[in-house]
Design a protein around this ligand. Structure first.
Ligand SMILES: NC(=O)c1ccc[n+]([C@@H]2O[C@H](COP(=O)([O-])OP(=O)(O)OC[C@H]3O[C@@H](n4cnc5c(N)ncnc54)[C@H](O)[C@@H]3O)[C@@H](O)[C@H]2O)c1
Length: 414
């Protein structure tokens, strides 16, 4: 019987998973190697911002339905939700996954199930994780069970999507699939698809790669239109009137732990076959430099320009700055010598910053993330505090028509 579940790694994926399992009646405990995270969680406080998370978590901790630990112990199911960043060579850093699987192996007993939710390069489950387990004397599919079940939630809507999205289960054997499905069947309301591990791994990677390539198409279009003096945003709007065309939104680049990372996991396995993927990555990686060039042009006539950056996270309405193109842009601007001040009410570090003092005497508001709050700001009032009332909206989040404000977006910034 699979009675007790241990979630390993309590970040953006592991913590909501732990909470969802507990809410659905599973006996659970969570393990994280980060002592600060464990201490905070143990007090009923959460270290990430995600709607509905804190309310549920506090309640579950209070009712002793969840426990948080620094170290592993025995369980019946181990769900691995540890990070898989890219290393300096542009390859997947599997060290956290390998370490946690080895740690799990110390407590493994016959009948246990290991589910890897972390995103991994194709064939990792079969060729890297399974041998680690079998080295310990367990036959996968007979003694213990192993599956990859990738996560595809949208940050900002995780608690909903974790239940209503469809899930792909890639088991090493049919038995592994059956055991794994018996867990997800209890809380997933979307479709549950059973396949092998390498197909599940690749499906996850290609979802994000598809989006990355499509964003690259929009970004490239902006660059082309820019050179030709055409409003690229209008081109996208009009082209999307075609019933089978859906060009995505251009922007200052692509960030986050998925879109900006996962395509490399395919490239590392099949470099010569992944030319389109690599090109898309290059285009999206070039966008911060494109934006910096535009900023330089806008500010070229101003002495000691001061820039107010609005939004540092990699996408709107979340607190995650991993791989954020906004961070890169700020770093480049600072390196050039601009005075840059950041306003991002969603990031704990900047929580206390006051918008009026950020824009005071500023020459440019540079919008890099389209948080909802930014749409509600009275820009006319803010403009009156600026030295040069100028806005560059790289997310096309606003629509300002005011003769006192010079408003630019990616369509009209030729
Ligand atoms: N964040 C997303 O939106 C998202 C979506 C889909 C898939 N994923 C994938 O899910 C995985 C986890 O991503 P995340 O965003 O939750 O990462 P995260 O960095 O937010 O959290 C991972 C946690 O694992 C902990 N950890 C690392 N090694 C450990 C170990 N050996 N034992 C115990 N804890 C350990 C870290 O301290 C951290 O708290 C990654 O592979 C990621 O690609 C993430």
């Amino acid at each position: 019987m699979l009675n007790e579940i241990c979630v390993v790694g309590l970040g953006y994926i592991g913590l909501p998973t732990l909470i969802t399992l507990a809410l659905n009646g599973f006996k659970v405990f969570g393990v994280d190697k980060n002592k600060k995270v464990v201490k905070m969680l143990d007090q009923g406080l959460i270290h990430i911002k995600e709607p509905n998370l804190e309310k549920h978590f506090g309640d579950l901790i209070y009712k002793n339905k969840i426990s948080i630990r620094n170290n592993l112990s025995t369980a019946d199911v181990f769900m691995i939700c540890v990070p898989t960043p890219i290393d300096n060579d542009g390859k997947c850093d599997l060290s956290h996954v390998i370490k946690s699987v080895k740690e799990v192996c110390q407590y493994l007993k016959k009948g246990d199930l290991i589910i890897v939710e972390s995103t991994v390069p194709p064939t990792t489950t079969e060729n890297i994780i399974k041998p680690i387990i079998e080295e310990k004397g367990f036959k996968v599919g007979k003694d213990v069970f192993l599956s990859h079940c990738p996560e595809r939630v949208l940050p900002g809507n995780i608690m909903h999507e974790i239940i209503f999205n469809s899930r792909i289960i890639g088991g090493c054997t049919d038995n592994c699939n059956r055991k794994t499905a018996s867990i997800y069947n209890k809380f997933v309301k979307g479709e549950i698809i059973l396949t092998d591990s390498k197909t599940a791994e690749m499906a996850k990677l290609y979802e994000n790669t598809f989006r990355d390539i499509n964003i690259a198409i929009a970004n490239e279009l902006i660059k082309i239109c820019n050179k030709l003096g055409i409003d690229g945003l209008k081109v996208i709007e009009y082209a999307n009137k075609h019933p089978r065309v859906d060009i995505l939104k251009p922007g200052p680049g692509v960030g986050g732990h998925c879109l900006a990372v996962d395509p490399y996991f395919i490239i590392e396995k099949c470099k010569s076959e992944s030319k389109l993927i690599a090109t898309a990555r290059k285009i999206n990686n070039s966008m911060p430099y494109f934006i910096v060039d535009k900023v330089k042009k806008l500010l070229s006539q101003i002495k000691k320009p001061k820039i107010s950056v609005f939004g540092l996270t990699y996408k709107e309405n979340i607190d995650d700055i991993r791989e954020s193109p906004a961070l890169k842009i700020v770093k480049i601007l600072e390196k050039i010598g601009y005075q840059v001040q950041v306003y991002d009410p969603l990031i704990r570090y900047y929580e206390d910053s006051v918008i009026d003092s950020i824009v005071e005497d500023s020459d440019l508001i540079l919008i890099l993330t389209a948080h909802n709050q930014f749409r509600e700001i009275d820009y006319k009032r803010l403009a009156s505090k600026m030295r040069t009332p100028m806005i560059l909206d790289t997310r096309n989040a606003l629509n300002i028509e005011d003769e006192d404000i010079k408003y630019y977006n990616l369509g009209n910034i030729n």
